[in-house]
Write a protein that binds this ligand. Structure first.
Ligand code: NAD
Length: 483
């Protein structure tokens, strides 16, 4: 399970080159060097993958939940047994600290698969009795061939979050990982082979979004699309898929507020706020990037938060002491940096960080940014409205509950929010009023895979997680029987 020089597509159970014979460079953000090549796939490769999936569907969709459970559980075990190889590949591809790949990304990938393998064994559908003369029951059947498209920030973690429920429910899948982080999806293909996933059940196509990704969205035989990525891409996918009446699940961008009341447990709050700001370089869709602090503790918060941010270690993703590794790509680093420049133009003050770090030695050429804290911007500045998706946060004081709720809800996004207070009544009141699909109170990123997950407004359509995912990946059909 080691990284390879030439990544291949996985179609009909075989690792194959792209039809065109063309490859793209795969750059490691660790040092900016091209270390492997990715198939530059197009509609022709997608067509073959869909045909393979269609051939596999009749058997996979009817083989029974227990058989699917066994195969998927085996797949989860293989990932777990090869955790170190997967973690190494993930960090090389994405620049994230190996400690995070080892403790979060890869463990979560195999637990996603195990979770949905188990869930399908317990999945039951509704029945509705009609006063003595008829009964309705809901058949939930697999849809057919599903397209799954995922981003680069949590590569294998989010890839499996879609693929696992789709397969467990009896569908066959054509999936595309991000072209920026393709390696663990390639290793997953190898693991499928070892686990005995029947040929064609899962097909993995590599390549660019507007080419390979769009071919998946456009293919008429793909009946549903599960997408995680940027809001602009989600809009484009919806534009193509909606007139074809495809089922759509869209998990999109965010600009999440952290709301900190003066009565919170300060030590716990500061520890978690540092995590929610800079974990994975702020490249988690759930990171809180707008930090609102009640005025009585604003100065104390600012001093302590900036001090702790300055302590964070930025550098070699493969060293255990590293807190922040590399930014996933050069173009993304430049985009994030452009927002730091914008913040200055808008009148913000950079309290710490704010610069690109030119590394030396083996990290030379890599993409490193210092974690950045900005103050002095109004809540409606562009820096506070647009998704930056990097190690950049703004801090702002507030005076009243009503005021902070209106600031929090003033952006187009509505993915997640965090509230810090010891007052449970207030926590409930604020949680009810926040426009966010996920609200954490006195914690952050505490995830239970059974809960609905997703955003409102421009953060997405539909929910993943638990039974929501199994419902999305099945077609409900009501059968009414008269006695
Ligand atoms: P992106 O939208 O650029 O790309 C995501 C995936 O879509 C990639 O595989 C890409 O190749 C593909 N793609 C791009 N254009 C396409 C097209 N026209 N048709 C089909 N596929 C296409 O996003 P990204 O930069 O990889 O990821 C970062 C974004 O993802 C951020 O906005 C972040 O908030 C969001 N995100 C959201 C969640 C969530 O659960 N809501 C989770 C993680 C990341």
């Amino acid at each position: 399970m080691k990284p390879v020089k030439y990544i291949k597509n996985y179609i009909g159970g075989a690792l194959v080159p792209p039809d065109s014979g063309d490859y793209l460079d795969n750059v490691s953000p660790f040092n900016g060097e091209v270390y492997s090549h990715i198939p530059d796939s197009d509609a022709s490769d997608v067509k073959k993958a869909v045909e393979a999936a269609e051939r596999a569907f009749p058997e996979w969709s009817t083989c029974g939940a227990e058989k699917r459970f066994r195969i998927l559980t085996r797949l989860a075990d293989i990932i777990e047994q090869n955790l170190e190889d997967f973690a190494h590949a993930e960090s090389l591809d994405s620049g994230k600290p190996i400690t995070m790949s080892r403790s979060v990304d890869i463990p979560r990938a195999h637990s996603n698969i195990r979770f949905f393998a188990t869930a399908i064994m317990h999945f039951a559908s509704e029945s509705h009795h009609m006063e003595g003369d008829a009964i309705n029951f809901t058949l939930r059947q697999p849809i057919g061939v599903i397209g799954c498209i995922s981003p680069w920030n949590l590569p294998l973690y989010l890839f499996t979050w879609k693929i696992a429920p789709a397969l467990a429910a009896g569908n066959c899948v054509v999936a595309k990982p991000s072209e920026i982080t393709p390696m663990t999806a390639f290793l997953l293909a190898k693991a499928c082979d070892e686990a005995g996933v029947p040929p064609g059940v899962l097909n993995i196509i590599h390549g660019l979004g507007p080419k390979a990704g769009q071919a998946i969205v456009e293919h008429p035989k793909i009946k549903a699309i599960s997408f995680t990525g940027g809001t602009t891409t989600g809009r484009e996918i919806a534009r193509i898929a909606a007139p074809m009446f495809k089922k759509l699940s869209l998990e999109l961008g965010g600009k999440n507020p952290n709301i900190i009341f003066a009565d919170c447990d300060f030590d716990k709050m500061i520890f978690d706020t540092l995590r929610s700001s800079f974990s994975n370089n702020g490249q988690i869709c759930l990171c809180g990037s707008r930090i609102f602090v009640e005025r009585p503790i604003y100065e104390k918060f600012k001093e302590e938060f900036v001090k702790r941010t300055r302590f964070l270690k930025i550098g070699d993703p493969f060293l255990p002491i590293t807190d922040l590794g590399a930014i996933s790509s050069k173009s993304h680093m430049e985009k994030v940096f452009s927002y730091i420049e914008l913040a200055k133009v808008e009148g913000g003050e950079i309290l710490c960080g704010g610069n690109i770090i030119e590394q030396e030695g083996k990290l030379e050429g890599g993409f490193y940014l210092s974690p950045t804290v900005i103050e002095g911007l109004p809540h409606d500045a562009r820096t506070n409205r647009e998704e930056i998706f990097g190690p950049v946060v703004t801090i702002m004081p507030f005076d009243t509950e009503e005021e902070v709720i209106s600031y929090a809800n003033s952006v187009v996004y509505g993915l997640s929010a965090t509230i810090w207070t010891k007052d449970v009544t207030r926590a409930n009141r604020v949680a009810e009023k926040l426009e966010a699909g996920v609200v954490w109170v006195n914690c952050w990123l505490k995830r239970d895979l059974r809960t609905p997950f997703g955003g409102m407004k421009s953060s997405g359509v539909g929910r993943e997680g638990g039974l929501e995912a199994l419902r999305f990946f099945t077609e409900p059909k009501n059968v009414c029987i008269k006695y």
